[in-house]
Ligand binder design. Sequence first.
Ligand SMILES: Nc1nc2c(c(=O)[nH]1)N[C@H]1C(S)=C(S)[C@@H](COP(=O)(O)O)O[C@H]1N2
Ligand SMILES: [Mo]
Length: 400
Amino acid sequence: MSLHFAVNPLRRALLGVSASAAAMASLGPWRSALAQAARPLPAFAAWKDAGAMIVHSPNTIELRRSAMGDGVITPAKHLYVRNNIAPPSADILNDRDAWEVQVDGVRRPRAFRLADLKKMPTETVTMVLQCSGNGRGMFPSKPSGTPWQVGAAGCVMWTGVPLRALVRELGGMDAGAKFLTGTGGEVIPAGLDPKTRIERSVPVAAMEDALLAWELNGQPIPLAHGGPLRLIVPGFTGVNSIKYVKRVGFTHAESDSSIQQADYRMSAPNAKTMNPADPSVWQMPPKSWINSPLPEGGTLRAGAAVIKGVAFGGTNAVKQVEVSTDGGATWKVAALVGPDLGRFAWREFAATVDLTSGSHQLASRVTDVKGRTQPETRIENKAGYLNSSWRDHAVTVTVA
Ligand SMILES: Nc1nc2c(c(=O)[nH]1)N[C@H]1C(S)=C(S)[C@@H](COP(=O)(O)O)O[C@H]1N2
Ligand SMILES: [Mo]
């Protein structure tokens, strides 16, 4: 069956117009590929590389594992997108320099225009941006939420003003401030609970590494990634890096927003509701995964093969990566390749291994400079956060 003829019944089915069960069934192996193709990129992310992305929904778009391979920096067109609520209108990019951010919880609170920030000394940080739920799709418990595989992550460069410089300029933060709280610029529709605003608090020590950034990989930040201005909290999961940031505050308490209190908590798998007393999802644990070879690459030839992937330590630099071709029974140290872009970036790794014919479970595990090693098992939790299990991220390949 040609693709051309196959598309129409499927499209009709997805649009709910008309399609017989027989027509759907006749699509056979094309069906899932077409279902992906039929879910287009939303307008605000239409510039992404469609063939490389998996569109779960207009607000949840991940990079295919097979497209993660080349280069340490993830190009913006390959960076995943996650919005908890609809992004603001693209009009906020019409006059980027006029965007205002309020800084509170300091001796001299004030608003800065982006134009003001651009006059201050800038810094660039390269870091892994990873959704708290990356790897959720590997939880056998099937937690609700997007079933991300590995692609809700990228390694990108942010340029902006370090928060600590702003705080210094404003006379220091309030005595007793315990949290750095960032507020997103989404407009909450009238009648909606203001607690639905996108506002996150992290321990105030994170301020040392945080930026107010206006460039992503050297370009103005696109709307999809939080332009005109984004709070960047290196080493922490994506949710803590607030897009379209309109306020940063040094606060005594955590935000009362639901995204702080009720969501992003490591609650027990059987908990009825998320408990604000449970640990918040903040720093990322060490994690690595293999991007090549993958099962979808087909059968491999017996002999030498190169295993490649990415590894990061969360808040710490990578010390070592090991790979296994026998499901973790034995391990071999991989080479770290490509540039070292600092402790918040990921490292590419490569190892040449000898593969005999048969089925092989390929795995990788990272150890950071503080001696923390990526664990075999995930931490079970209700919402499927922080999956860093090397076993879950292993791939099984067939060798002829
Ligand atoms: N203002 C705002 N910031 C936000 C979000 C959001 O919905 N609104 N989503 C968060 C989540 S859950 C993630 S994983 C990252 C995703 O960043 P990206 O879309 O640039 O990849 O942004 C975070 N910052
Ligand atoms: Mo996220």
